[in-house]
Design a protein around this ligand. Structure first.
Ligand code: ZN
Ligand code: ZN
Length: 628
């Protein structure tokens, strides 16, 4: 690229005399190089310096614009070309590129205008142009016209068929796509991966997997289609499983697209070892840390609790956007490092990056986790006024949570009534949490009414009411609430924890007996319980759980998933190894207490990432200082 820039600089300062060599020839090469490096501005600059650009120069520039998704500019460029008297007439390559731009914008009016030109200039039966027309009509949602153009073709190639398959997939017609696919005489990798991605986008993962398994051979695009399909549908363990298959039997090397799909799966499941392996793979292969790959890698480290590593990746990235900054800020927030999160925020402003709503979510969460009421309110009040980011319902939720936890229940309720949008269950739930902690049962009962209006099956409300009634001696009413809650209990998200041991992610549910080493796990738990009792631990088995929207009490048979994961970690890793567990819900009071004591007894660091933050247990204490 440096060389390109150098030649280009010469071109600008001293136009090459046309007697020596055709400037168009050099320009086409330069524009092509710029396009491959997504440097569209340079390509346009080079074009602008040509005294009399020929059709190749026009096409190269148009292609550079279309290929890099500058669709609007591509159409503008085309319109300029056809309206300038001295410009060369468009040919098949011109039409193919501009139709791609129309397809990208799903702009049928422009597309039809170009279609008319295509017909007038006799290109309608040209295979490339025809394929682009079909693609354009599909992307604009005109299925019948697209199909008609396909049916009327004299000659079709595999691209024509693939366009039809992808068109139907795009419109959500998976069965039509399959029908076409089954009638293709010649299929290539694109045909297969298009249909796999199509199925995956519609959530039909079993169909996608069946097709994937049927493939006679696969290239990296096909593997990527299956892995991305699982990752986008939140089937993270399956995404990782297919990635491992690819490495073992695939005979193909993962590329940046593969890694961008696998890294979020690692982040979600806390599969740090695999994430680290991918980091090493990127360095060994000398892969460029572009925006997508860099962000995915930094996010994986941040979500696995390695904020310093996340920052190292961030510093190494070739370019950064607001997402890159938000990854670091939110990562710090999940650890409750409010000062560092704000420090990073100011650094971002100094770099001239405009904050977005995710950044403010990170800052507010940091304040909530650290209990910084004044700072949080200040941040909330300035986000719209100073930075032009209007607060969404999540931001209000964060502030209500912050105020409720700090015992400012009046202010929290005022905040809810001042909201420009309708408060949701999560917002009322945050206030209810405050009512429970500060024993404000009058307000609590009022809040419960609001919640039940929005969600009549809200189990947390029944738990709360049951506790209020029993404390008031209204035992019959309390029993009714518990009954109602049991009836609805099946609808709740089951608590689930993950732990990575020897490059495999293990999944545990409450009271899980499905693990092959179940016996050992449960005897480990019994041993720990006994040692913990000696250390003064009393299990909190009353119905009052820490967080009213989360899990219920446990008995001997229904041990929470995080305890199972911790016990499994202890029996399957060597002494001194840090135990890292990820949980899908908030950790309950009892498991939190247990983890603290266990970290002291076994002399190990235990890191639990729950739904809202990190807990780092060491020597009997947690970094959250019991505030979460
Ligand atoms: Zn628990
Ligand atoms: Zn904690």
């Amino acid at each position: 690229m440096a060389q390109v820039l150098q030649i280009q600089a010469q071109l600008i300062t001293s136009p090459i005399p046309s007697s020596v060599v055709d400037p168009n020839l050099i320009a086409v090469k330069l524009i092509g190089a710029c396009a491959d490096h997504a440097n569209v501005r340079q390509a346009a600059l080079i074009f602008a310096h040509l005294a009399s650009p020929n059709i190749f120069a026009h096409n190269a520039t148009l292609k550079a614009l279309a290929q890099n998704s500058h669709w609007f500019h591509a159409i503008q460029f085309f319109n300029h070309q056809v309206s300038s008297p001295n410009a060369p007439n468009p040919d098949e390559f011109t039409f193919t590129s501009v139709l791609k731009a129309c397809a990208g914008l799903a702009h049928v009016v422009n597309g039809q205008k170009i279609h008319a030109m295509v017909t007038k200039q006799g290109f309608e039966s040209n295979l490339f142009v025809r394929n682009s027309l079909i693609d354009m009509y599909f992307k604009a949602g005109y299925l019948l016209i697209a199909r008609h153009l396909f049916d009327e073709m004299f000659v079709r190639d595999v691209v024509s068929w693939n366009t039809l398959v992808s068109g139907y997939c795009l419109c959500g017609c998976a069965d039509e796509a399959r029908w076409v696919f089954d009638r293709m005489r010649e299929k290539n990798f694109v045909s297969w991966s298009t249909l796999i991605s199509g199925y995956a986008r519609m959530g039909r993962l079993e169909d996608a997997r069946r097709l994937f398994d049927e493939m006679p051979e696969r290239n990296v695009v096909c593997w990527n289609a299956m892995i991305a399909g699982y990752a986008q549908n939140e089937k993270y363990s399956d995404a990782i499983e297919v990635f491992r298959m690819m490495q073992q039997f695939g005979g193909v090397v993962p590329n940046d697209v593969t890694l961008v799909s696998v890294l979020p799966a690692c982040a979600h499941l806390g599969a740090l070892d695999l994430g680290k392996w991918i980091d090493g793979f990127i360095s060994r292969r000398g892969m460029a840390l572009g925006l997508f790959l860099g962000n995915a890698l930094a996010d994986m480290y941040a979500k696995c609790g390695c904020i310093a590593e996340a920052r190292r990746v961030f510093n190494k990235m070739e370019e950064r956007d607001v997402i890159s900054w938000s990854i670091i800020i939110c990562g710090l927030a999940m650890y409750g490092h409010a000062d560092e999160a704000f420090g990073c925020f100011y650094e971002m402003l100094d770099c001239g990056v405009k904050p977005n709503d995710v950044v403010f979510m990170g800052l507010l969460t940091a304040c909530t986790h650290a209990g910084l009421v004044k700072k949080g309110l200040n941040c909330f009040n300035t986000m719209d006024k100073e930075y032009g980011v209007s607060p969404k319902v999540e931001h209000y939720g964060c502030v209500v949570d912050l105020l409720s936890r700090a015992g400012e229940l009046d202010k929290a309720e005022d905040m809810i009534s001042s909201m420009p949008m309708k408060p949701n269950v999560i917002i009322w739930g945050a206030l209810l949490g405050g009512c429970r902690i500060y024993r404000d049962s009058g307000r609590g009962q009022r809040v419960v009414q609001h919640i039940l209006e929005l969600d009549s099956d809200h189990s947390g409300s029944y738990v709360y009411l049951a506790n209020v009634y029993s404390s008031m001696g209204r035992l019959d009413d309390a029993a009714k609430c518990r009954l109602r809650m049991r009836e609805n209990g099946v609808l709740r998200t089951p608590g689930c924890s993950w732990i990575e041991v020897d490059n495999t992610v293990y999944e545990f549910f409450m009271g899980d007996l499905s693990h092959p080493e179940s016996n050992k796990i449960y005897s480990m738990i019994r041993e720990l319980m006994w040692k913990m009792k000696l250390a003064g631990y009393k299990p909190k088995t009353d119905l009052v759980v820490h967080s009213i929207d989360e899990e219920e009490k446990e008995d001997a048979l229904s041990i929470h998933s995080e305890k199972l994961a911790i016990a499994f970690g202890l029996i399957s890793t060597s002494e001194g190894t840090t135990i890292r567990v990820v949980k899908n819900l908030r950790i309950c009071n009892d498991c939190h207490d247990a983890a603290k004591i266990i970290s002291g007894i076994v002399k190990r660091e235990i890191i639990v990432r729950d739904r809202s933050r990190f807990h780092h247990f060491k020597d009997g204490v947690c970094t959250c200082s019991d505030y979460w």
